[in-house]
Ligand binder design. Structure first.
Ligand code: SF4
Length: 237
């Protein structure tokens, strides 16, 4: 039996990986799926962990989407939900999480091709997210078994010296999740913080918005409109 850890280098999967190593649990391979739209902080953590894995002789594999994320977003010929064909799926998130579907498909394909049925996959879902747990004999949820809640995971990573810093800002202080920076699942509070503390990424969101008709937030508000809203709110305070 082979044991594979799927990690995104966010707080939960990183904590899971660090604890698996610390507790001497079997790990044959660590797999990271790089959407190409990760925060720089994620890539920095990846580089640090990769070195540690190398020292320990644990195989590390990086997987990528079939086509660059932005190409699938705006240019690739795709079949829409209504059956029509069009250019790109536009924003990823909400009910149209095409990036997540592709990520799952590519990871599953890779593991199956390499290990057939002889594997177990560690998945970093925290104890306080039981709804995300799926009955699947191939998957193991160590954080759930260890009763590690999201905030325990973050504390553990901090204790081990990992931080998700961008331009002097700790991402977990301003965002609920550190996933793709262009994810349209971001809530209003997170978006306000993007605008305020992460201007580089905000400009990138504006650039992407200029390429698609579909408004970023709930299919209703475009990035420019959000910017106007935040500016007005800021003036009031
Ligand atoms: S984090 Fe958001 S943008 Fe990235 S793949 Fe998942 S749903 Fe899509």
């Amino acid at each position: 039996m082979k044991y594979i850890a799927s990690v995104s280098f966010g707080k939960d999967s990183l904590c899971m990986l660090l604890l698996l190593i610390e507790r001497g649990e079997p790990i044959d391979e660590v797999v990271f799926y790089d959407t190409g739209m990760e925060f720089e902080a994620i890539y920095k953590i990846r580089d640090r962990v990769r070195e540690e894995l190398e020292e320990k002789g644990i195989k590390y594999t990086e997987l990528k989407p079939e086509y660059p994320f932005e190409y699938t977003m705006f240019e690739r010929e795709v079949k829409k939900r209504d059956g029509s064909k069009g250019k790109g799926y536009s924003w990823c998130g909400g009910r149209c999480r095409w990036g997540t579907s592709e990520k799952k498909r590519i990871i599953r394909k890779y593991i199956k091709e390499r290990y057939g049925e002889e594997y177990r996959e560690y998945v970093g879902i925290a104890y306080d997210e039981p709804k995300r747990i799926r009955e699947d004999e191939k998957k193991i949820y160590p954080l759930y078994e260890w009763k590690m809640r999201e905030r325990d995971c973050l504390e553990y990573c901090y204790k081990k010296g990992y931080k998700w810093e961008e331009d002097g800002v700790e991402l977990y202080e301003i965002l609920d999740r550190v996933s793709c920076w262009c994810c349209c699942n971001k809530n209003l509070k997170e978006l306000r913080n993007y605008w305020k503390y992460l201007p580089r990424y905000w400009e990138e969101l504006k650039r992407l918005q200029s390429k698609t008709e579909r408004p970023f937030r709930n299919n209703k508000e475009r990035i420019e409109e959000l910017e106007e809203r935040f500016k007005k709110e800021d003036k009031k305070h």
